[in-house]
Design a protein around this ligand. Structure first.
Ligand SMILES: Nc1ncnc2c1ncn2[C@@H]1O[C@H](COP(=O)(O)OP(=O)(O)OP(=O)(O)O)[C@@H](O)[C@H]1O
Length: 273
């Protein structure tokens, strides 16, 4: 798919001038997000990078309507969803799923994997002929987990497998947008590569769009089509992946890239060829 066909027409998600203030005391507020705008096209992966505390997670939570913005707007699939409540908000949440960093703390330890993965179906009140079990098993199979283990608990799985449970939980409602908030950061490099491959395959198969948040620039470079760079609550630069990595314009992006250990140039050439 070409860059043009991904970004043309109405984007799937459009976030405009979003501000988030947190009250930190009786007379003090902290502005974590300061007027951020970006969009995500269909079947596109937008990487969001920036140092810790730059507002990446808050921005993602606002995009998923898990946190209300102080001001600004969120449009999804052509509709303004900024103030949606009740059934409308629930319907929006069926289209946007989040995979979090720590699979163990984001999966209820007292629930079986079947309960964990079917939770979004229950929240959505989906009617499924034959019940949820079949969909859970299909999702487990798709992410590379043994469907016979659906009665086990999250703690009985390795970190990479637990993150696959989180991905299965996201895909079971067939969302259009999946927000991965540091979703592979806690994993070993080889497991990380397998999970990135799975995310890429799912994008091809199911036309997912992703917001992919990571502090690890090498990971973002592997998966993102476009990249937004955040610093202190603002996007200082955004553009096509190669433009950001090969010819960064903003001094902050340049400094961020310089801080990354250089990849072996021969390996890099091989990867591109
Ligand atoms: N509920 C809150 N109340 C007050 N301040 C908050 C709250 N949530 C986040 N913040 C602050 O907002 C800023 C942005 O946080 P956020 O988690 O969005 O950053 P981040 O770029 O995702 O960082 P990290 O990679 O460390 O998660 C931080 O300074 C954080 O302390």
């Amino acid at each position: 798919m070409t860059e043009d066909s991904r970004t043309q027409a109405t984007p799937l998600l459009r976030v405009t001038d979003v501000v988030k203030e947190f009250r930190t005391g009786p007379r003090t507020v902290f502005t974590a997000v300061k007027g951020v705008s970006f969009s995500v096209g269909r079947r596109e992966t937008l990487g969001i990078v920036g140092e810790s505390g730059s507002g990446k997670s808050t921005t993602a939570r606002i995009a998923a309507r898990l946190t209300d913005p102080t001001s600004g707007s969120i449009e999804f699939d052509g509709a303004d969803v900024t103030s949606k409540k009740g059934a409308d908000l629930r319907a929006f949440r069926g289209g946007v799923q989040v995979v979090f960093q720590d699979p163990y703390s984001s999966l209820n330890p007292r629930h079986t994997v079947e309960q964990v993965i079917s939770a979004p179906l229950r929240y959505q009140g989906r009617k499924v002929p034959g019940g949820y079990r079949r969909l859970v098993k299909e999702a487990m199979d798709r992410v590379g987990l043994n469907p016979d283990h659906s009665g086990r608990y999250p703690a009985q799985f390795s970190g990479g497998q637990a993150q696959r449970i989180g991905i299965a939980r996201a895909l079971v409602v067939e969302p259009q947008l999946v927000i991965c908030d540091e979703a592979v950061s806690a994993l070993d490099v080889s497991v990380q590569a397998q999970v990135l491959d799975l995310l890429r395959d799912l994008q091809r198969e199911r036309n997912f769009s992703y917001i992919f948040i990571a502090h690890d620039l090498a990971v973002v470079r592997q998966i993102a089509h476009r990249v937004a760079v955040m610093r202190s609550g603002e996007i200082v630069e955004q553009g096509a992946r190669d433009a950001i990595f090969d010819a960064p314009q903003h001094p902050y992006t340049q400094a961020l890239l310089e801080a990354v250990p250089r990849v072996n140039p021969e390996w890099e050439t091989a990867r591109r060829s």
